[in-house]
Design a protein around this ligand. Structure first.
Ligand SMILES: [Zn+2]
Length: 103
C-alpha cells in the first residue's frame, strides 16, 4: 500500500492524497485485464507493466453501478467490469470532479 497510485493517464490520484478512494488491482483474468489496458489506452510492455500490488486504477473511473461494498466494508468491483469513465473525455467535467474536489 506504500505506493498506491492510479495508473490512468492524466490521473494523479494516490492513496495519500485521496485516502477515501479505492484503488483497484488489475484483474487476474487475462482477457479482462487486456480490456482494462485498452480502456486506459496503454499497452503492456517496456513503458507499462502491471505489477500486482503496485499498479492500480482508482475508483473514480468506475461508476457506482460497477462497484459494490463487500461484507468487510471495502469497495469492490463487480465481475467483468471495465472502466467506463475516461479522464481524457471527462477531465474537468462537473460530474467527475464534484465528488472529489471541494475547494
Ligand atoms: Zn484515477
Amino acid at each position: 500500500m506504500a505506493h498506491c497510485y492510479c495508473s490512468v493517464a492524466g490521473c494523479s490520484n494516490n492513496k495519500k492524497n485521496f485516502p477515501h478512494l479505492s484503488f483497484h488491482d488489475f484483474p487476474a483474468d487475462a482477457g479482462l485485464r487486456a480490456c482494462w489496458v485498452r480502456a486506459i489506452r496503454k499497452d503492456e510492455g517496456p513503458t507499462f507493466t502491471i505489477l500486482c500490488g503496485s499498479t492500480y486504477i482508482c475508483s473514480q473511473h468506475f461508476t457506482s453501478e460497477e462497484k459494490y461494498v463487500s461484507a468487510s466494508g471495502r469497495s469492490k468491483l463487480k465481475k467483468g467490469t471495465v472502466q467506463s469513465r475516461f479522464l481524457w473525455i471527462d477531465w474537468g467535467s462537473v460530474s467527475l470532479m464534484r465528488t472529489t474536489v471541494t475547494t
